[in-house]
Design a binder for this molecule. Structure first.
Ligand code: 5AD
Length: 346
């Protein structure tokens, strides 16, 4: 039964809510291994055995938003706030370049201190120092003109998870000033401007159901993003969701495989959250069809402060400095780290 669904999904790129339900509730390990195998073979078809690396620079943890799940939400008075200087950011990128990174991801909270002018200056500085690199921004919801300005300054890609494609669920995760329709608008603006665009969601966020997950998959089909970031929800002690259960590795892996099969050419990271809930999470993510890892390039003294959730790993294979170890680990399972810029094939 499940195998039939998997084969059909691979052939047509389609899935129904009933089929999603069957795959997520299935207890048969053999069939789930089959799902992962079909997905990783699909990854190989388009990307071979290459794993793309992105150097993540978490440059500010100030945020004007108050998302209920997030450790750097505005009302968390226990968060130690920081901003990296332009000099720090450029030197993190310099370190990354020497280590072999050709994509830098500037990620931060929605911090009004970083005006459009400052962001544009950062992007141009990165692009002029490293013309053979891609710059990805992940700084939240902005006006279309702002997105356009960053793009004109040289930004290539933008990550903005949609978090959930269900209005009611969106309202359970966010304060009323934030809305799914604004979020969707941002994503369509980004794509329209010409960014390689990434959406995504947490697996197991409070209130998530198979129905809301199905909507997430339909949004992916409709938006056709170049990248999709998913990882398990992990509660943070200083948030309203501190007592909620985390998402599971199993469900995250299944969803990675399903996304690979319904949207085959997407760039799919094995995220830090996946590596945080299970020591082997990132490797298993790759074996389930992921093909990107995003090690942390931020200066050591701020890594702990960018705590979206508790226990977030930023050392070992999650650290840019651990690239050699990561490369060995990947070699064991037949993969190699790609040194090129690694654009999406969507
Ligand atoms: N657990 C897992 N992921 C989280 N994020 C924010 N808070 C958490 C959490 N508690 C994710 C969101 C956001 C991305 C940067 O990090 O999906 O878009």
């Amino acid at each position: 039964m499940e195998r039939k669904i998997i084969d059909r999904m691979e052939k047509t790129g389609q899935i129904t809510q009933e089929e999603l339900s069957a795959l997520l509730l299935c207890n048969d390990d053999k069939n789930m291994e089959y799902l992962a195998k079909r997905a990783r073979e699909m990854t190989w078809r388009y990307y071979g055995n290459k794993i793309y690396i992105r150097g993540l620079i978490e440059f500010t943890n100030f945020c004007r938003n108050d998302c209920y799940y997030c450790g750097i939400r505005r009302s968390n008075g226990n968060a130690e706030r920081y901003r990296l200087s332009e000099e720090d950011i450029l030197s993190a990128a310099g370190l990354g370049y020497r280590l072999g990174f050709r994509t830098f991801v500037l990620q931060g909270g929605e911090d009004p201190w970083f005006t459009d002018e400052k962001i544009c200056a950062l992007v141009s500085a990165l692009k002029s120092n490293y013309p053979d690199c891609a710059v990805t921004l992940s700084i939240g919801e902005k006006k279309r003109d702002s997105y356009q300005a960053y793009f004109d300054a040289g930004a290539d890609r933008y990550l903005l998870r949609h978090e959930t494609a269900d209005e009611v669920h969106y309202g359970k995760l966010h304060p009323p000033v934030l809305s799914l329709s604004d979020r969707r608008q941002c994503l369509y603006d980004l794509k329209d401007i010409g960014y390689q665009t990434g959406c995504g969601f947490m697996v197991g966020s409070p209130g998530q159901t198979i129905k809301t997950l199905f909507k997430d998959l339909m949004l992916i089909k409709e938006l056709s993003p170049h990248m999709v970031g998913i990882g398990p929800f992990i509660p943070h002690r200083d948030t309203p969701f501190s007592q909620e259960a985390p998402g599971t590795i199993e469900r995250t892996l299944r969803l990675l495989s399903i996304i690979r099969l319904i949207h085959p050419r997407v760039l799919l990271p094995a995220t830090t959250a996946l590596g945080t809930i299970h020591p082997d999470g990132r490797r298993q993510g790759i074996l389930a069809g992921a093909n990107v890892v995003m090690p942390n390039l931020s200066p050591w003294h701020v890594r702990e402060k960018y705590a979206l959730y508790n226990g977030k790993v930023s050392s070992g294979g999650e650290a840019a400095e651990g690239l050699q170890a990561l490369s060995e680990e990947l070699k064991h399972i037949g993969y190699q780290i790609a040194v090129e810029i690694g654009h999406s094939k969507v």
